[in-house]
Design a protein around this ligand. Structure first.
Ligand code: ADP
Ligand code: MG
Length: 323
């Protein structure tokens, strides 16, 4: 109870991309290796996510959509040291409150699966169902019962762009997981899982961008900085494109973005912009991820040291490349 109260109560679901993010987080937590997403009308009409993860028993599935039902959080300290993505126990309850949802799920070791239909927070149907091992969640007519929120949604194309960004981030953060996104039945993202993270950069950011990237690997006693940064001669002209991960979780950090640019601009004129895919491994106790439940802006207890390390790592790889 106390734990719950310490979590900023807030609306988790803002737009179709928030649904996609929460459901993919759940699939990743369920140890899925293959995640397929199909959307219609920018996710406003329909979002279907299928995974091959651990599935749920009927009992668990009937609990899962209840507010603050989570199989993942026990103590408040866990919020600061989470290793899993999901930690609020709010996603499924928030989604099922504002959409028409069908969950099909089966743990691999069980013979029959479960089908649950929930609408506006109420269970309409529960039945046995044949289904592949894993979980599929079908979310239809998002915000059908909250027209005020529906009004704030943008065009199908803009909502699709948000979804594509979200999946690109999650797929870069989890290169060993296979991700597919279909919109109106047409493939938009396809990244077969691979142990080579560079392959996901090729698939997700395109071969041209991938060719322009330099691998970066830097370790201090306290931090590990791994990833790719674009070569100075291939910088972009419009804006930077920074994908940042902390302990494999996609995040944003103004301090680290600034540190990336600092390292970059020792070598580049300021009107050019870097592309960076950067994964930071940091003691979870030093990361504050709970600045806002919906935004992934993080703070670090030793932000200055970490930033300096990032700047240094980038300067180093760029000067080595210049030789
Ligand atoms: P949280 O992820 O914070 O625990 P959610 O509301 O997102 O909360 O999910 C509630 C619970 O439902 C999870 O803790 C998990 O036990 C179960 N669950 C949700 N999605 C899946 C899935 N794709 N596969 C297996 N279990 C799931
Ligand atoms: Mg979750």
């Amino acid at each position: 109870k106390d734990t719950i109260n310490k979590i900023a109560a807030g609306e988790v679901i803002e737009r179709p991309a928030s649904v996609v993010k929460e459901l993919i987080d759940n699939s990743i937590d369920a140890r899925a290796t293959d995640i397929r997403i199909e959307i219609e009308k920018g996710g406003k009409r329909s979002i279907l996510i299928r995974d091959n993860g651990c599935g749920m028993s009927r009992e668990d599935a009937l609990l899962a959509y209840k507010k603050h039902a989570t199989s993942k959080l026990t103590r408040i300290e866990d919020l600061n040291t989470i290793s899993t993505m999901g930690f609020r126990g709010e996603a499924l309850s928030s989604i099922t409150a504002v959409a028409k949802v069908e969950i099909l799920t089966r743990p691999p070791e069980e013979i029959t699966g479960t089908r649950i239909v929930i609408q506006g927070g109420k269970v309409l149907e529960t039945s046995d169902a044949g289904t592949a091992p894993g979980t599929s969640v079908h979310v239809k007519d998002l915000f059908y019962n909250t027209p005020a929120r529906q009004k704030y949604l943008k065009s199908d194309r803009t909502e699709l762009a948000h979804i594509t960004d979200t999946i690109t981030q999650l797929a870069l953060a989890n290169p060993e997981i296979s991700f597919t996104l279909l919109s109106e039945g047409k493939p938009v993202i396809r990244n077969a899982g691979s142990s080579d993270p560079f392959k996901s950069i090729v698939n997700l950011l395109g071969p041209d961008t991938a060719r322009s990237m330099l691998p970066l690997e830097y370790r201090t006693e306290d931090f590990e900085i791994l990833g790719y940064i674009s070569k100075p001669e291939t910088t972009r002209r419009e804006s930077d494109q920074i994908f940042l991960f902390v302990n494999t979780r996609p995040v944003t950090s103004r301090a680290i973005n600034k540190a990336i640019r600092e390292g970059y601009y020792t070598k580049i004129p300021k009107e050019r912009y870097p592309v960076a895919v950067l994964s930071l491994i940091v003691d979870p106790g030093e990361v504050d991820v709970n600045v806002h439940p919906r935004k992934a802006e993080v703070r670090f207890s030793r932000e200055k040291e970490l930033g300096d390390a990032v700047t240094f790592a980038i300067e180093k790889v760029l000067s080595e490349n210049a030789l």
